[in-house]
Ligand binder design. Sequence first.
Ligand code: UDP
Ligand code: MG
Length: 320
Amino acid sequence: MQKISIVVSVYNEEKVLNKFYQAFEEIKKDLTWDYELIFVDDGSSDASSSMIREFASRDPKVRLIRLSRNFGHEAAMIAGIDRARGDAVICMDADLQHPLECIPEILLKLEEGYEVVNMVRTSNRSVGVFKNLFSRIFYKLLNRMQDQVSFEENASDYFAVSRRVADILKTHYRERVRFLRGYVQSVGFRKTTIRYEAGNRAGGNTHYRFRKLVSFSIDTIMSFSDMPLKLGIYAGLACSLLGLIVLIYTLCTFRDAPSGYATIVILICFLFAILFVIIGVIGEYISVLFAELKDRPIYLVEEEMNFPDGPGEKDDLTVG
Ligand code: UDP
Ligand code: MG
């Protein structure tokens, strides 16, 4: 019998964990695969850990990884994928926005031989118009800025990968500035999508405020595209063209040339603005390089529970 590892990232989710676990108990009876349910507690400060310990004491297939602090959603997913031992891995959120009812369908797709199953939201009512618009513009931009992969607009952090792809993620996608959902879409292999309707959070609040989303988007662009680095070339070309036009204009109107004070001030502001933006962009890339160079662990594990193979191998604990 094949085994599925379900990785659930949890950060201060005491309000929804019971509901999640109940929903899981409902569907687990119908699962045709053996399972392990791995909760990754991403440094919660509420009762999440003790609730998970309670589930784990009732069911030996429920496992807990508690990280030493909050490392962020993606790091939590990576920690779970690293420790998963199933024949395939499903990643999902704890807030029931990723319907558990889709799991049997995902298993069917995996049985058909698909190695990547992307879950795509058909509608996201919980998200405001503004966030939705932002996300659409972001994906359009991202797809224009690189041509390695065509990113699915409404892909979510709900996905399934085969053992082979999980091992690839584990060994080759260890960047500090990363976009896990993007890697899953860019590894290739036989892939398919399942559409689902994202509901509202079962309780509590989202951890992704708009500002965090913006910085997440910038990181994503930098991890998949180096187009912004080339902006300087375009800006340089545009400015020389502008200079040329002003030169020709001045030559033609030589006799009654205006004083030019306003022109100079405007041009200086404009040109310096371009220059500073470009320096800023380069700075962003350098900060990514710097983070990679420091090579710090993506996450640190403080506690594990119910893992049959004992404490993780060393490189599972502090992953480099
Ligand atoms: N999460 C996490 N670490 C964080 C932030 C969030 O593990 O630093 C988890 C959170 O518990 C949830 C999932 O990631 O299970 C998605 O977070 P959230 O629902 O807040 O994001 P949204 O669905 O609003 O994008
Ligand atoms: Mg959510």
